[in-house]
Design a protein around this ligand. Structure first.
Ligand code: HEC
Length: 194
């Protein structure tokens, strides 16, 4: 909204629009205007299984992430490492780290392929997400992922995240008690976060 107002003001001052940008089409808006919550709310219609996703992966992902999601310099490892996070050699992948399959879908749909983000259809995103889940041994090759089934997938590291207990972040920081504590802290006290 702020941008629109600014543009209108600019127009009056110069009498002619700056030759910047172009109107967003309804289709583009629909493609981008998606927020997917962990419980699957916001996922669009569509579906795909690992068997469909294999071709999507091979054509659009393997060049960077390796033929089997093993990772290479151009793209991170996406498969394997389950159970390794607490070990001396943690391997962080879609299978070992991500707590929600719905977030994997959202990330891929928004950001991948890296060289053409936002280009994957909903069906292709369901399919390639299913492919990665299947290669991680989380679902079967024939399991169809859609608005309902994706949210029901239980990721191995689902319980590996804990609430941030530092008093200066998260819900705890908004309680009245913490507010008082923070105000009474010495003005030159430094935060040790980050
Ligand atoms: C041009 C190279 C390239 C292509 C093609 C590509 N990726 Fe990626 N991908 C990357 C890079 C680099 C990252 C790490 C990005 C970062 O950390 O900001 C990444 C990150 C990811 C992640 C997050 C990994 C994690 O655990 O943090 C996923 C999932 C993913 N890509 C899936 C895909 C899928 C699915 C495709 C095909 C549709 C694809 N990528 C195509 C380069 C690529």
């Amino acid at each position: 909204m702020g941008l629109l107002v600014l543009a209108a003001v600019g127009l009056r001052a110069q009498d002619k629009p700056a030759a910047l940008g172009r109107p967003v089409s309804a289709a583009e808006m629909k493609q981008r205007d998606i927020t997917v919550l962990p419980n699957g709310k916001g996922l669009p219609e569509g579906q795909g299984a690992a068997t469909d996703g294999e071709a999507v992966y091979k054509n659009q992902c393997a060049s960077c992430h390796g033929p089997n999601g093993e990772g290479q310099p151009q793209g991170t490892q996406l498969v394997g490492g389950i159970g390794s996070l607490a070990s001396a050699n943690p391997v962080r992948t879609v299978g070992s780290y991500w707590p929600y399959a719905t977030s994997v879908w959202d990330y891929i749909h928004r950001a991948m392929p890296l060289n053409q983000p936002g280009s994957l259809s909903a069906n292709d995103t369901y399919a390639v997400t299913a492919f990665l889940l299947q290669r991680n041994g989380i679902i079967q090759a024939s399991d169809v992922m859609n608005q309902d089934t994706l949210a029901k997938v239980r990721m191995p590291n689902r319980d590996g995240f804990v609430p941030d207990s530092r008093p200066d972040v998260g819900p705890a920081s908004r309680s009245a008690q913490n507010h008082v504590n923070r105000k009474s802290a010495a003005p030159n006290s430094k935060s040790d976060s980050k």
